[in-house]
Write a protein of this length. Structure first.
Length: 86
């Protein structure tokens, strides 16, 4: 997961690109998010399976992650504040 923080000046200049997280795509498309502390995370997507049929029910924003042994998985992140297209 790649993260970085914007300076206050950059944040003011780039704010027009960011939309409230409630308007983010609710499909498998990827986008960037900004967290409450200003960190930006790339390659985030929304996922939801409320059935609980094959695994516990889940809903939220996820990023690609990798265990030390190289096994890849999707890690859920705490709800971001803003989103924009990658």
């Amino acid at each position: 997961m790649e993260t970085w923080t914007l300076s206050t000046m950059q944040l003011k200049m780039d704010l027009n690109d960011w939309k409230d997280i409630s308007t983010s795509p609710k499909d498998a498309s990827y986008f960037e998010v900004m967290m409450k502390d200003g960190k930006i995370i790339k390659d985030v997507h929304w996922a939801s399976d409320r059935s609980g049929e094959y695994q516990p029910a889940f809903e939220g924003y996820f990023v690609k992650a990798q265990y030390e042994d190289g096994t890849k998985y999707f890690k859920q992140i705490i709800t971001p504040k803003f989103w924009r297209k990658s």
